[in-house]
Design a protein around this ligand. Structure first.
Ligand SMILES: NC(=O)c1ccc[n+]([C@@H]2O[C@H](COP(=O)([O-])OP(=O)(O)OC[C@H]3O[C@@H](n4cnc5c(N)ncnc54)[C@H](OP(=O)(O)O)[C@@H]3O)[C@@H](O)[C@H]2O)c1
Ligand SMILES: *[C@@H]1O[C@H](CO)[C@@H](O)[C@H](O)[C@H]1NC(C)=O
Length: 321
């Protein structure tokens, strides 16, 4: 005798549509519950990778301010030596002094390079020359620029939009290429490319269109490279921050202070460093991923209208200033 036969009998007595519906509901619930549990695990419990295993040096671009500078501090704390790249040599010197004072054993090399001046044609060779002989295991491709203010495309200065493309698209690609060669030889490395919610999380980013488009490029570049370079032991990742309280954000969005959804660069980098070497794409700061999740429940047309009104307001402010 089968003990549960009456139970099975009850179940099979139900109309088929009810059975299908309830199993669908159950699977949807299971999927949501699993991804919630996974999210909590990743944010709180998953051990970060030992970054020194990728190599003893880390390169950070745009390292003298904001997110890049915060990454440099985190990497020094993890015991990596630093190669800091930015355009202003005075600021590079003062930032490396600052880091050195906190982490005396860290070796720091600086490269003054302006991504927006002249041709980037020789950049990969130049960088390769600078890092010759160094075991560069981690690259934080962070440098990125946007418009000085909200604009319709036909209003954007030639110089402004071509610079955004040059720094964000060409610069990011060339730095990656320069670093990859050594990583391929050593068969290890981690590359983190800093994208933006502007290019991925919201369906559109009107009046900052070229910026958003370059960040969508960075995302796809990273996700394809993630698959391409797995076999060489290189972990490529697209990181998608939403607002972080930096100089860039205070300029374009008039956000001056950090808050729950707008972390300090330090808080962002602390969360971000824990994610290196795992997902192809991630939004490391917990409140950002919550925002993304809530945003995905809102119809796209509403998000579009909201972003447009924000863009128009920012543009008007500048016209009246
Ligand atoms: N802040 C946010 O809310 C936010 C949100 C999403 C994505 N992001 C992305 O995060 C990255 C960092 O942003 P952030 O807010 O930290 O910016 P930030 O505070 O403006 O810092 C930018 C850094 O890049 C350097 N830099 C700027 N132009 C350069 C150039 N032409 N050549 C070389 N270095 C240059 C700056 O140094 P010098 O001036 O000393 O050269 C500075 O160290 C960017 O890719 C940005 O798109 C930021
Ligand atoms: C470099 O940064 C210093 C300190 O912030 C500043 O005084 C100087 O004008 C900057 N130089 C250039 C070329 O932007």
């Amino acid at each position: 005798m089968v003990p549960s036969s009456s139970c099975i009998h009850d179940l099979t007595n139900q109309p088929i549509w009810l059975l299908l519906l309830s199993s669908l509901g159950f699977f949807i619930f299971l999927k949501q519950a699993t991804s919630l549990a996974n999210w909590v695990f990743i944010i709180l419990l998953r051990p970060p990778k030992n970054l020194k295993k990728y190599g003893s040096w880390a390169m950070v671009t745009g390292a003298t301010d904001g997110i890049g500078k915060a990454f440099a501090y985190q990497l020094a704390q993890k015991g990596l030596n630093l190669i800091l790249v930015s355009r202003n040599s005075t600021r590079l010197k003062s930032v490396s002094k600052e880091i050195q004072a906190n982490y005396p054993t860290t070796q720091i090399k600086t490269i003054a390079f302006d991504f927006s001046v002249g041709s980037l044609g020789g950049m990969s060779e130049l960088l390769e020359e600078e890092i010759r002989g160094l075991d560069v295991g981690v690259l934080i491709n962070n440098v990125g620029v946007t418009y000085p203010s909200a604009r319709f495309l036909h209003e954007v200065d030639e110089q402004v939009w071509t610079n955004v493309v040059k720094v964000n698209v060409e610069g990011t690609t060339r730095v990656t290429m320069a670093i990859l060669r050594g990583m391929v030889e050593r068969k290890r490395g981690a590359v983190v490319n800093i994208g933006s919610g502007a290019g991925i999380v919201v369906p559109s980013h009107p009046l900052f269109t070229v910026y958003a488009a370059t960040k969508a490029y960075v995302d796809q570049l990273s996700r394809s490279l993630h698959v391409e370079y797995k076999r060489y032991g290189i972990d490529v990742q697209s990181q998608v921050p939403l607002y972080v309280a930096t100089k860039l954000v205070s300029k374009v969005a008039s956000i001056e202070r950090s808050s729950l959804f707008i972390p300090t660069p330090h808080a962002y980098a602390k969360a971000a460093i824990r994610r290196i070497g795992y997902e192809a794409r991630c939004t490391p700061f917990w409140a950002h991923s919550l925002q993304w999740c809530l945003g995905s429940l809102v119809p796209e047309s509403l998000l579009d209208a909201w972003r447009l009104s924000i863009g128009l307001k920012r543009r008007a402010k500048l016209h009246h200033a």
